[in-house]
Ligand binder design. Structure first.
Ligand SMILES: [Zn+2]
Length: 352
């Protein structure tokens, strides 16, 4: 929280009260309680965990859901943010997972988790759901099959998904309108600061136009430019098994945060930097993405990897600005904070 002092212009108007926070000047309404004012000053970083829940990449099976999921949930149980909230996960399901393992995910809803959608091209079973050729070939026809994928999730007994993560972080500008039309309000697909390609050189997404991982509302014609489009974008800002740190030259440096203590520290440094960039009253959202199979080694579940993931979250949650939230809840808070700030800055008298 920044230092608070009154502006020299304080109380020249009768219906507003001016408060200065560091270099930013905010206007409060007369009559706002101290706690409302404090709440407005206080910056927040929502920590959102987004799981790409898909069949195992090596055989199209469900060993990671059957074996890792229960252990993963237990590993997170003792972790709390300063409000006492446990980590909330957006389980973004592929069509195959929704059809074949619904029970495992339904049971998590009552603990505050969220069910989203992970847009592997539907209609193919097993390893074919991972086929790069098939998925890439269908990117341009997203409008034809994405609504059907959402329907598959609802047909499997889940609430309509609100959060989306794309296959291989692929993004086409036309997807924004398709996602919104299918009821999605939060997208978690953008790897900011660079362009990434399939090993063969096919472009998955070009997000060079975004310089940081803070949330924004992409326009419907350019997913990198900020506007008042229908979605909130929560860019990928971290990971467990994999993260691609923007190298400021349009590419990414890869590392695996849970593979070693050194890499875990590297991820924590990035979240610390992000916390350091918060301005008073700002709401930020930090997305950590992962796959359950990142915790499976040929010999079985890796306790060391589970422990590193838990340690990372515990460490991030030490800062009392950090909250564990689902993407939907985080985006709602971000939007409402912006609305209040715009209202206060534009014409406070309208709302007295
Ligand atoms: Zn995937």
């Amino acid at each position: 929280m920044g230092s608070v002092s009154e502006c020299s212009s304080a109380c020249q108007a009768t219906d507003v009260h001016f408060v200065k926070l560091d270099k930013t000047c905010f206007k409060w309404f007369h009559g706002a309680t101290q706690s409302e004012a404090v709440d407005m000053d206080f910056s927040t970083m929502h920590l959102c965990l987004v799981c790409h829940a898909e069949p195992d990449v090596w055989d199209g099976g469900y060993a990671s859901i059957d074996k890792v999921l229960p252990r993963f949930v237990v590993a997170l149980e003792g972790i709390r943010d300063h409000l006492g909230t446990t980590p909330r996960i957006a389980w973004c399901l592929t069509g195959e997972v929704a059809k074949n393992r619904p029970r495992q995910f339904k049971s998590l809803l009552e603990f505050g988790h969220e069910i989203g959608v992970h847009s592997h091209f539907p209609g193919e079973t097993g390893t074919l759901e991972h086929s790069q050729n098939l998925n890439f070939a269908n990117l341009g026809r997203f409008d034809l099959w994405f609504p059907e994928l959402c329907r598959q999730i609802v047909d499997a007994g889940f609430p309509p998904p609100r959060t989306h993560a794309s296959w291989m972080f692929a993004y086409r500008d036309a997807m924004t309108g398709v996602l919104a039309g299918a009821g999605i309000s939060v997208d978690c697909s953008v790897c900011y600061g660079g362009a990434h390609y399939l090993p063969g050189g096919s472009l998955l997404a070009d997000s060079i136009g975004r310089s940081d991982g803070k949330p924004y509302r992409p326009t419907e014609t350019d997913h990198c430019s900020e506007g008042d489009g229908p979605l909130v974008e929560i860019p990928v800002s971290g990971g467990f098994g994999s993260y691609w740190e923007p190298n400021r030259k349009g590419g990414f440096d890869y590392f695996s945060p849970i593979a070693s203590d050194h890499e875990k520290q590297r991820q924590l440094m990035l979240s610390d930097e992000r916390l350091g960039s918060l301005s008073p009253g700002e709401v930020d959202i930090f997305q950590v993405h992962f796959h359950l199979y990142e915790f499976l080694e040929p010999s079985g579940i890796s306790e060391a990897r589970l422990n590193r993931a838990a340690a990372m979250l515990r460490s991030m949650a030490c800062d009392d600005r950090v909250r564990f939230s689902t993407p939907t809840d985080a985006a709602r808070d971000w939007l409402s904070r912006i609305e209040v700030q715009n209202r206060r800055v534009s014409d406070p008298a309208d709302h007295s």
